[in-house]
Design a protein around this ligand. Structure first.
Ligand code: HEC
Ligand code: HEC
Length: 328
């Protein structure tokens, strides 16, 4: 009852969108008013494996900016080849989300960035250790000093800088955004049909806003059960509420053709299958072959320009920098 009610609400929302003539998706815009010093420092930290205990794993290991801001693995590989519990989401456009992680346990990018450093299954360091390592690298001491006007490096400066860099990781100028901004030729008929279907079926009730997601927590399996062997319970882990079981942050669909495999358990390899799964478990719908083809074509039009990132040159370790411990 409850479930049907929620689903109805989305349908209504979707219909309202189409009736009002207002699009449920808005274009990605470039960030403004960023602190360039922090951005550059944050970029270095994002790529620096010395934030991990092994001296080998960086943020980029699991959020590969040359790929899609993710690792394209079912679940990530952490310290000592630890198998991660959940699929790694992309960091591209993460800035648009209401909160970070599948269950939203970090309120924003700053709050999030401290997590993996100290997570034993990811970078396996601690905030104290990571900071003390940075403190032995002369190039960092001077750069932190320049940016924060302070000799003492703190974890807050580290997460603040990484988050500022992540704010630059947006992907504007997709063909869909060009269409939104008035270029009527930017999309093919097939893609436009797919977008109409996306709205009409109710997908846009959950996947909306600039990131085409990231705006709400929703149950995975609103209508029909989603079969998975993954043990993640979703939002319930944060709120303790039974009603939040299997509720996850609605993921972004920007660049979705690049961020396979899909879903929190990484169980689905193709976009075609992901679309059919969603239609069934969330909306109790079955797309025809052409229906599926249309929606997939629309989703592919959401791929934007990935930022052109100049690789940072990381400052060399100093005499007191601890040796990496890849096997401990
Ligand atoms: C070992 C792999 C691994 C490393 C290293 C790693 N991450 Fe992640 N990251 C993940 C996984 C897996 C998740 C999802 C975890 C969850 O939701 O419970 C995640 C989630 C995130 C998210 C949230 C995205 C969203 O849509 O909710 C951001 C942002 C992020 N990581 C940034 C970073 C930064 C910054 C670093 C470096 C300090 C980092 N990650 C290091 C695997 C990794
Ligand atoms: C009731 C809300 C809701 C509706 C309606 C909905 N989705 Fe989703 N969608 C979600 C949630 C929540 C997830 C993440 C679920 C998970 O991984 O466990 C998701 C995941 C996805 C993914 C995989 C994203 C990734 O990075 O792993 C795709 C693709 C997708 N949805 C497309 C669609 C399409 C197409 C429709 C319409 C047929 C649709 N969704 C309808 C909430 C919804």
């Amino acid at each position: 009852m409850n479930i049907t009610y929620t689903a109805l609400l989305f349908l209504l929302l979707a219909i309202t969108f189409s009736a009002s003539g207002q699009e449920p998706i808005s274009a990605i815009t470039m960030p403004e008013n960023l602190d360039q010093g922090k951005v550059e420092l944050g970029k270095k930290l994002f790529f620096d494996p010395r934030l991990s205990k092994s001296g080998w794993i960086s943020c980029n290991s699991c959020h590969n900016l040359m790929l899609s801001g993710t690792d394209n693995l079912v679940s990530s590989i952490g310290h000592q080849w630890a198998q991660g519990p959940i699929n790694s989401p992309t960091v591209f456009n993460a800035v648009y989300s209401i909160a970070q992680f599948w269950d939203g346990r970090a309120k924003d990018l700053v709050d999030q960035a401290g997590g993996p450093i100290a997570n034993p299954g990811e970078m396996a360091s601690s905030h104290e250790l990571a900071v003390s390592v940075l403190q032995t690298i002369p190039g960092y001491i001077s750069e932190f000093n320049e940016v924060f006007d302070d000799d003492e490096i703190t974890i807050d400066m580290v997460t603040d800088s990484i988050a500022e860099f992540e704010r630059t990781l947006v992907t504007p100028n997709s063909r869909f955004d060009q269409w939104l901004q008035g270029d009527t030729n930017a999309l093919t008929e097939l893609e436009l049909d797919g977008y109409r279907l996306f709205k009409l079926t109710g997908c846009a009730g959950c996947h909306n806003g600039p990131a085409v997601g990231g705006q709400a927590y929703q149950k995975m399996g609103s209508f029909n059960r989603f079969e998975t062997e993954n043990t993640a319970i979703g939002r319930q882990g944060v709120t303790g509420l039974r009603t939040d079981r299997m509720r996850f942050k609605v993921p972004t669909l920007r660049n979705i053709e690049l961020t396979y495999p899909y879903f929190h358990d990484g169980s689905v390899r193709t976009l075609e299958e992901a679309v059919d799964t969603m239609a069934w478990v969330q909306l109790n719908r079955t797309f025809s072959r052409t229906g599926n083809e249309k929606v997939v074509a629309f989703l592919r039009s959401l791929s934007g320009d990935l930022p052109r990132i100049v690789l940072p040159i990381l400052p060399p370790s100093g005499p007191d920098t601890p040796d990496p411990q890849p096997f401990e």
